[in-house]
Design a protein around this ligand. Structure first.
Ligand SMILES: Cc1ncc(COP(=O)(O)O)c(C=O)c1O
Length: 297
């Protein structure tokens, strides 16, 4: 496997990065993580990812034993050692193991890990060009009052259950609803819909994606009305355009919702707002205010 991992303060090959089955990160999903990408040798919005990672750890009372600068340095070093120009770079902090005989999370020694592997798309470019078929699941995203979705987490049983449902219904990916039946998010992405000329993305019950933030900022800069609000399923289904936002691919157009072409458009043909934001998103990857070059020397 191509890439480089960091565990127990050492850089190792990805296949050698292993944790104990007794780590609560594995046993209880008691962990948080973040994912940034490197595109053409440059990190995109690295500080924002590191800030979100530290905010998630603070909320979970996890301590990685590293400063922000040390975490950034490990991420850079994983990419440098792997020699990857386009990379998926993940940092994790797990609860670790409690003291022998204890079930008190305060007795755990938290663990920090990281890895860089080749870029992972939530849908590969060929699929993206064709357009993705999105299914609206009746599975509810875990309630925000139970697990705060702003903490990036591995509580994905709802997502995986919904994903199997989507495959059975002929779809390629899936979006989950909340208790009121409104749209939330899907496995690895936020959702946007252009409804009556305004771009709407769910306001609550979702991870505050860095790509979501980028899209909102770009929309404002381009004079496209944008709102964080509730997004009823009916609005998603009558939207003129629908797209996903994710570090795993940026702005990804949806061609069908529940098997019905978005706005009656042919598969693979996306609306002007999706295309404009997609172009602007990748354009920002050239902007020194948003990128940080990896030193491969
Ligand atoms: C549940 C969930 N929502 C949204 C996102 C998108 O977040 P970002 O744009 O920061 O990649 C992700 C990314 O992994 C995610 O896992």
């Amino acid at each position: 496997m191509q890439g480089c991992a960091y565990i127990d303060d050492r850089y190792v090959a990805p296949e050698d990065a292993k944790i104990s089955i007794f780590d609560w990160g594995f046993l209880h999903s008691d962990a948080t993580y973040d994912v940034a990408h490197v595109w053409q040798g440059r990190f995109f919005r690295l500080s924002d990812h590191v800030d979100r990672f530290f905010a998630s750890m603070d909320r979970l009372r996890l301590n990685p034993g590293k400063t922000r600068d040390e975490v950034r340095a490990v991420m850079h070093e994983c990419v440098r050692r792997a020699g990857l120009r386009d990379a998926y770079v993940e940092v994790l902090c797990t609860r670790g193991m409690p003291a022998p005989g204890s079930r008190d999370p305060r007795s755990c020694t938290n663990r920090f890990m990281a890895f860089a592997i080749p870029f992972v798309w939530i849908a590969d470019p060929a699929k993206q060009a064709r357009g993705i078929d999105l299914i609206v699941s009746d599975v509810q995203r875990i309630a925000a009052a139970s697990v705060d979705p702003r903490i990036k987490n591995y509580h994905w049983l709802d997502m995986v259950t919904a994903l199997f449902q989507a495959y059975e219904r002929g779809g390629e990916t899936v979006v989950l609803v909340d208790a009121a039946g409104d749209i939330t998010e899907g496995p690895g992405f936020n959702v946007f819909a252009l409804v009556d000329g305004t771009l709407v993305t769910p306001a609550a019950g979702v991870l505050e994606g860095i790509s979501r933030r980028t899209v909102i900022e770009l929309a404002r800069a381009h004079g496209i009305p944008v709102r964080e609000a509730s997004l009823p399923v009916a609005d998603l289904k009558r939207a003129d355009e629908v797209f996903l936002s994710s570090t795993g691919g940026g702005v990804i157009g949806i061609s069908r919702v529940d098997g019905v072409p978005v706005a009656g458009r042919a598969s693979g043909a996306f609306g002007p707002v999706t295309l404009q934001l997609q172009q602007a998103y990748w354009g920002l990857h050239e902007d020194p205010r948003y990128v940080e070059t990896v030193d491969y020397s």
